[in-house]
Design a protein around this ligand. Sequence first.
Ligand SMILES: *Cc1c(COP(=O)(O)O)cnc(C)c1O
Length: 295
Amino acid sequence: MRANDGETADLPCLPSPLQDLRDERLERRGVRLQLKRDDLISPELPGNKWRKLRYNLHAARNQGFTTLPTFGGAYSNHIRATAAAGRRWDFDTVGVIRGEEHKPLNDSLAYAADCGMTLTYLDRTTYRRKTEPDVLAALTRQFGPCYVLPEGGSNGPAVRGTAELVDEITTNFDVICCATGTGGTLAGIASGLTGPQRAVGFAVLKGAQFLEDDVRRLQLEAYGTTTTNWTVNLDFHFGGYAKRNAVLDDFIADFGERHGITLDWIYEAKMMYGLFARTEAGDFPPGTRIVAVLS
Ligand SMILES: *Cc1c(COP(=O)(O)O)cnc(C)c1O
């Protein structure tokens, strides 16, 4: 018997906390920063990944699907989160991983496999075509009827889930910053804003100009309409997805010493580095109140 026949259970720890971050480098510029600690929602299902999965799990359950395949790179947080959600709410999950299998599995994939996720691999050329009908049909042939989650979990239901993050913030703010991979989080946050508030994404991939289109497409999919209250900064990818260098590592170490928070180097650190750099460059006028999302 399936563990939860009724509602797809919700995680208990929403809303996530909002914390002041006092840092002289920002105070000097008259900028106030608060952290939306989505990273504290759950160790297994961090922040935005959970928000993006939530309505997809409801939809899959309601439509009678028990198998959830999804796509990602070998270090994808989304793959991990989908695996964890599958274990928790009793879905069969399939991780379709870009590139070749490497043994032993890295920590991310080992964790996913431990959660019961079936791992399968697509060469890079086929992976690029992962949304095309023949590739999806092959999945159905292999795993049966399934509810396919796109790469990064970003689709209409995901955008509606992340928009809720904004409603949880009860203080006034002017700008909200997030790290941007596939753009679902940025699309949702921007959709959730009101008045003159704006959202700034920091792309963690190199050459992420496609985000301009993707964020719009995701907003359309979720709400049938787009917003213009967001921008994506493309300058802080540090060489590309899951790439790092000594500058980023030093920033993470220094930030950890000052604030006792270890920023994740794939996403959070690149956003935070960018936020500090743009503040230093005078992008945010004195008095600007910023919320930065940690997931
Ligand atoms: C996945 C992830 C993001 C990016 O989310 P997208 O919706 O793909 O842009 C940002 N931060 C963290 C910590 C993540 O795990």
